[in-house]
Design a protein. Structure first.
Lengths: 245, 222
């Protein structure tokens, strides 16, 4: 059984000099980032700034081109499998199979993660996202908001200690946003770590303890929430990303 | 090993369940294979059929098989389910073997339906155990290479064209060996005369199962 490096355990996520290129295009140009256990970091950035690429690298879906990344104390290159056990990912895509029912989707992912007492856990998470009455409905028959709620259930099924959220509010209705908030509050109460990307400044500032701005493939700004208000964040964001209202 | 196999079978279970709901792969592959056999049945004179029967059978199975293989990762691409699979705490080889077993199962199901119809239409002996082994070995070869290239092609714009272009040159040795071995079976030859073709197919299967499972990681992560 692989164990995390004890020197890195205080940091849930450590990123040093991370680059990721696609052919000649450099999407991440030396990202430096540290997130403590229990912290909620919101990363803002315009389209094409590298937010999704960063989440995919942290989630072990993509290999970094260079740099060092440690998640939950494990090195990304050497120990991707233990990292995957520790993380839950909610993206704007649901990762759900349309032709299977909600129950079958959760059963499939639960088996892949070796979730103990799987059926009881499925009922627990499906109730938490308010979809108990739709448990045996095919995913294709659920609305976009319901599918995204089911996606949240999928992401927390194996009790991850780190959540990676890539613009999770996309397609969420108010009810689903509230359920996501509850799930994240529960995770925070259990000292869970969250990294969330978004381009909605108010929403991201409200959710996070720390905020960072990813611009041009680099972390151009990182600050604690206490020293910030929406207006000053907005000005900094527009200045660093070169975007306008 | 037990855990590895358990995860592979979980992916297979998911693919079979999905297929039972939609019948996307088996029905399209089956219809294509049957059409090819029926058309060839009318194209050749009965006395010449014996010479070309093996070729007809493998044209039907391989071209139909490509249809099924191309669908294999299209289902995973929908809603980015492949990324969901890649998030699971398993090595990439598990995903490869799970998907490969799914494709293998669907092609074998089609073969089980197609073969008796083929024998009846072409007036050939119904069952020869040698033929079962040839079909299984050749299908493993198709599925091992096809799963890899299906994962590669699914991210390209012209995936329907890309898969056959990549697939057929690589599986040519298996197709040739299968056609030759099947021709010998139809001619009533003994096991010993087939052995060299069977060995070629077995060697191909082993090499490409190992190579494809190792290369798969780079294809899905890059």
């Amino acid at each position: 059984m692989e164990t995390p490096d004890s020197a890195s355990q205080a940091w849930a996520i450590e990123v040093q000099g991370l680059t990721k290129s696609f052919g000649n295009h450099l999407a991440l140009k030396g990202v430096e980032l540290r997130v403590r256990e229990g912290e909620f970091l919101t990363i803002f950035g315009p389209n094409g700034s590298g937010k999704t690429t960063l989440i995919k690298v942290l989630a072990t879906i993509m290999k970094p081109s260079s740099g060092n990344v440690r998640v939950a104390g494990f090195d990304l290159r050497d120990s991707p499998v233990p990292i995957r056990r520790k993380i839950g990912v909610v993206s704007h895509q649901t990762f759900l199979y349309d032709d299977l029912t909600a129950f079958e989707n959760l059963k499939f992912y639960g088996r892949m993660y070796d979730v103990p007492n799987l059926e009881a856990r499925i009922h627990e998470v499906i109730t938490k996202v308010g979809l108990a009455s739709r448990l045996h409905h095919q995913v294709r028959t659920l609305s976009r908001g319901m599918q995204q709620r089911l996606s949240i259930a999928r992401a927390v099924l194996h009790r991850p200690s780190i959540m990676l959220l890539d613009e999770p509010e996309t397609g969420l209705d108010q009810y689903a946003t509230a359920r996501l908030r509850e799930v994240l509050d529960t995770l925070s109460a259990e000292n869970g770590t969250v990294i969330m990307t978004t381009h909605r400044l108010e929403y991201g500032l409200e959710m996070g303890d720390q905020v960072a701005i990813l611009a041009g493939g680099r972390i151009a700004y990182q600050e604690s929430k206490q020293s910030l208000d929406v207006d000053s964040l907005r000005q900094t964001y527009y200045r660093l990303t070169g975007t306008t209202r | 090993m037990k855990k590895f196999l358990g995860k592979v079978l979980t992916i297979l279970w998911k693919d079979i369940l999905s297929e039972l709901r939609t019948r996307d792969i088996v029905v399209s592959v089956l219809v294509f294979a049957l059409l090819v056999i029926v058309i060839f049945n009318f194209a050749f004179e009965p006395e010449r059929v014996g010479l070309v029967a093996a070729g007809i059978l493998w044209v039907a199975l391989t071209f139909a098989g490509v249809l099924g293989l191309s669908r294999s990762f299209v289902l995973e691409k929908d809603k980015d389910c492949l990324e969901g699979l890649m998030l699971c705490p398993v090595d990439r080889e598990v995903i490869y073997f799970g998907k490969m077993l799914g494709s293998l199962t669907f092609i074998l199901v089609v073969a089980v339906i197609v073969l008796p119809i083929f024998f009846i239409l072409f007036n050939l002996p119904i069952f020869r155990p040698e033929l079962v082994l040839i079909v299984v070995l050749a299908t493993i070869g198709f599925a091992s290479v096809g799963t890899l290239f299906s994962a590669l092609a699914v991210n390209t714009k012209a995936r329907e064209i890309m898969l056959p272009i990549l697939f057929f040159p690589i599986v040519a040795p298996v197709i040739i060996a299968a056609v030759k071995a099947t021709g010998l079976v139809f001619a009533g030859e003994s096991w010993s005369s087939l052995s060299s073709w069977l060995q070629i197919m077995a060697a191909f299967d082993i090499i490409f199962l190992v190579v494809s499972s190792l290369v798969f990681e780079f294809i899905v992560e890059e």
